[in-house]
Design a binder for this molecule. Structure first.
Ligand SMILES: Nc1ncnc2c1ncn2[C@@H]1O[C@H](COP(=O)(O)OP(=O)(O)OP(=O)(O)O)[C@@H](O)[C@H]1O
Length: 355
């Protein structure tokens, strides 16, 4: 393991709740690990603690087996990229990239060679003489990466590096980061609140909530086997439906899904249903395949290749269903129509435990 965080706590106000509370996790060597969570979860504070820009009140931080808890930033061997405004505006691209090497006293010829290498790595060879104000947002962030990598860090720490960019550039740079990581193999920690970003480019995901680790694991495990209602609702845009266990199934209005044998008959549970895990059939007032309708279409929202269908159940719960555009055209439903909804799969929780 390349970054080990052990029982780290950071409190900004005495008596208030800590920004980071007894957090432990490990970031595997050579992998991209995402710190994922909603705003205020403590992600940036944790990254700053690892970078050495904050000091923990308790706990230890190890990088490559070395205890860095009270080591100054420059000694930790970390490269950091922030969301924006990190470049020096009065310096050219070359001077920005050389900055960390200059403060470390690197000889001129070595610095020049390293800057050339970094410009090639981030594919900005032609722009070394420009100032940050003469670059696009995406190019500026690539310069920030080059500057962070120039010092040959042991780990790369990224705090929402694409957060200030528009969706298209953000997606392009996500791909770019993926290939950059394949070329450098550097242990990387990425702070993001964007679950798609985390699931797409990292090999390990640490989900945070209210200063604590809610769950850590591979993207597949986080997505398919959430261990708490928080993770189930935060990942994958699931709708929450309440229901009661009847004969080994949870009845939610006229929706129903199987539950594990451990659930007690009559118990109230929460089911988390993903938007693409529901199949709709039209129910023009009467029965669909012998079944009564499940709910009513409240709203239809076309989003690119699919249509978001907001369904109201007889219980009052709202469920979002995503239907691919071609399937939707065949289905032929309109707002106000009665429909039947079959759940393909759902994660069911009794209290805080998945069953
Ligand atoms: N320097 C500070 N002084 C006081 N409180 C702080 C400071 N930095 C962070 N906090 C508080 O700590 C908590 C965690 O903040 P943090 O920025 O780490 O969360 P985050 O998950 O990165 O959120 P975001 O995605 O919005 O940046 C918040 O309640 C925040 O207000």
């Amino acid at each position: 393991m390349s970054i080990i965080v052990e029982q780290v706590t950071r409190r900004f106000t005495s008596g208030g709740s800590p920004a980071v509370s007894e957090v432990s996790f490990q970031a595997p060597r050579g992998a991209i690990t995402s710190l994922l969570g909603p705003s205020g979860a403590g992600k940036s504070t944790l990254l700053r603690l690892i970078a050495g820009l904050e000091v923990p009140d308790a706990g230890r931080i190890l990088i490559d087996g070395v205890d860095c808890t009270s080591m100054p930033v420059q000694k930790r061997g970390v490269g950091v990229v922030f969301q924006s405004y990190a470049l020096f505006r009065h310096m050219t691209v070359r001077e920005n990239i050389a900055f960390g090497l200059d403060v470390r006293g690197s000889p001129r010829a070595e610095t020049d060679a390293r800057v050339d290498e970094m410009l090639r790595l981030v594919q900005l060879e032609a722009l070394g003489g420009r100032y940050p104000g003469q670059l696009s947002g995406g190019q500026r962030q690539r310069v920030a990466f080059a500057r962070a990598l120039a010092i040959r860090p042991r780990v790369l720490l990224l705090d929402e590096p694409f957060g200030a960019l528009d969706t298209r550039v953000r997606e392009e740079l996500r791909e770019w980061l993926h290939s950059l990581h394949e070329r450098t193999g550097l242990t990387t920690l990425l702070v993001t609140h964007d679950q798609q970003e985390a699931l797409e480019i990292s090999q390990h995901v640490v989900v945070m909530s209210e200063g604590r680790v809610a769950q850590a694991g591979s993207p597949e495990v986080i997505y398919n086997r959430p261990t708490s209602p928080f993770v189930a609702s935060f990942i994958g845009g699931a709708s929450v439906v309440r229901g009661r266990v009847e004969s080994g199934r949870v009845a939610m209005g006229s929706l129903s899904v199987d539950v594990a044998a451990s659930a007690r008959e009559g118990e109230t549970v929460q089911a988390f249903v993903r938007p693409h895990d529901i199949k709709l059939a039209k129910s023009p007032g009467g029965l669909v395949n012998g079944h009564p309708p499940t709910g009513r279409v409240e709203r239809l929202k076309p989003v690119g290749g699919y249509v978001k269908v907001l369904l109201r159940l007889p219980t009052g719960d709202e469920v979002t269903v995503e239907v691919p555009r071609s399937e939707f055209d065949t289905l032929g439903v309109a707002e106000g129509d009665a429909v039947r909804a079959d759940v393909r799969s759902a994660t069911v929780f009794v209290g805080d435990y998945a069953i």
